[in-house]
Design a protein around this ligand. Structure first.
Ligand code: ADP
Length: 271
C-alpha cells in the first residue's frame, strides 16, 4: 500500500496506536446533553463515514476533535497523545463545510488556495518557491486537478472547487483527512464522482479519512467503517457488520432506551 507519509504512518501501524481515540466523551453546551458517552477509534488506513441527521451532534464532535471546544467528561487522544497537549496539527488535514462556494470574482488562483494550506516553515527549513509549486502540483494531481493550477478558483465548478480544497487538505501530507459535510451543494452526479475520488485516495494512496456527513448515500461508496451518530453512537464498526434493519429505528428516533448496539472494531488490518 502506498502511503502519504510512510515514516509517521509506519510508526502508528507498528504500535497500533489509533490516529483518533475518543474515549467515553460526553458534552453539553447548556442543560441538554449533545453528545453522550462517545467511544470511537480510527486507525491508519481506514475510511470512516460518520453519518447523522441535522442536530445529531456532528459539528460538536468535530469541534471537540479539532480542539475548539473544551470538554469535561472523557478523553480524546490524537496519535496516542492527549488532545490538550497535542501540537502536531499538520498531521491532520481538514476540509471545512462550504469550502466549495467561492464566487467567480474571488481573487485567488488554485495554486494560491492550495498553498495557503501549507504549514509555515521558517528559517533554514523554508522551502524554495519551486519546491512549493511542486508540492502544490503533486497534491492537485492526487485529486486530478493538476491542469487547473493557474486558474482562478471562482471559475471552477463546485465539484472542482471541492477537489481543490481536498488538495489543500492534503498539502502537508497528513496522516488523516477530516471532511465536514463535503457534498453539500453538489449535484447527484458530482457527489458520486467525489465519493469515487475519496475511495481512490483511501485505497490507492493509503490516506486515512473521516468524513462527517448527513448524506446516507455515503454509506454505499468506499467506506471501510461507519459510525451512526444521533447524540450517541448508535453503531460504530466495519461496514460489513452494519445491519441497517436493526439500527434504523434507533437512529431515526434517537436513543430513547438505554440499549445501544455498539460494535467497535479495532486494528488497522481490517480496513
Ligand atoms: P449537527 O452538526 O449534527 O447538525 P450540532 O453539533 O451542530 O449538530 O448541534 C447539536 C445540538 O447542539 C443542536 O441541538 C444544536 O442546537 C446544539 N448546539 C450547537 N451549537 C451550540 C451552541 N454553540 N450553543 C448551544 N447549543 C448548541
Amino acid at each position: 500500500m502506498k502511503c502519504f507519509s510512510e515514516g509517521k504512518l509506519g510508526d502508528a501501524m507498528t504500535k497500533n496506536v489509533p490516529i483518533i481515540n475518543i474515549k467515553n466523551v460526553s458534552y453539553r453546551y447548556e442543560q441538554e446533553p449533545v453528545l453522550t458517552e462517545i467511544n470511537l477509534s480510527i486507525h491508519s488506513g481506514q475510511f470512516w463515514g460518520v453519518i447523522g441527521p441535522n442536530g445529531s451532534g456532528k459539528s460538536t464532535l468535530l469541534k471537540l476533535l479539532l480542539g475548539l471546544l473544551e470538554f469535561k467528561q472523557g478523553e480524546i487522544e490524537l496519535f496516542g497523545e492527549k488532545i490538550r497537549a497535542f501540537q502536531q496539527w499538520e498531521r491532520i488535514g481538514y476540509v471545512s463545510q462550504k469550502a466549495n462556494s467561492f464566487n467567480s470574482g474571488f481573487p485567488a488562483t488554485v495554486f494560491e488556495v492550495v498553498r495557503s494550506g501549507l504549514v509555515k516553515k521558517t528559517g533554514l527549513f523554508r522551502p524554495y518557491p519551486k519546491d512549493i509549486r511542486e508540492k502544490v502540483k503533486k497534491a492537485l494531481d492526487k485529486v486530478e486537478m493538476g491542469a487547473f493550477i493557474d486558474r482562478n478558483i471562482g471559475e471552477l465548478s463546485g465539484g472542482q472547487q471541492q477537489r481543490v480544497f481536498i488538495a489543500r487538505g492534503i498539502i502537508n501530507e497528513p496522516d488523516i483527512l477530516i471532511l465536514d459535510e463535503p457534498t453539500v451543494g453538489l449535484d447527484v452526479q458530482r457527489v458520486q464522482s467525489f465519493y469515487q475520488l475519496l475511495k481512490k485516495l483511501n485505497q490507492e494512496n493509503g490516506l486515512t479519512i473521516m468524513m462527517v456527513t448527513h448524506d446516507f448515500a455515503a454509506m454505499s461508496e468506499g467506506l471501510t467503517h461507519i459510525a451512526l451518530l444521533n447524540r450517541q453512537l448508535i453503531f460504530a464498526g466495519q461496514i460489513e457488520e452494519f445491519k441497517m434493519d436493526d439500527i434504523w429505528p434507533q437512529f431515526l428516533y434517537g436513543p430513547q432506551e438505554p440499549f445501544v448496539y455498539y460494535q467497535q472494531s479495532g486494528g488497522h488490518g481490517d480496513a
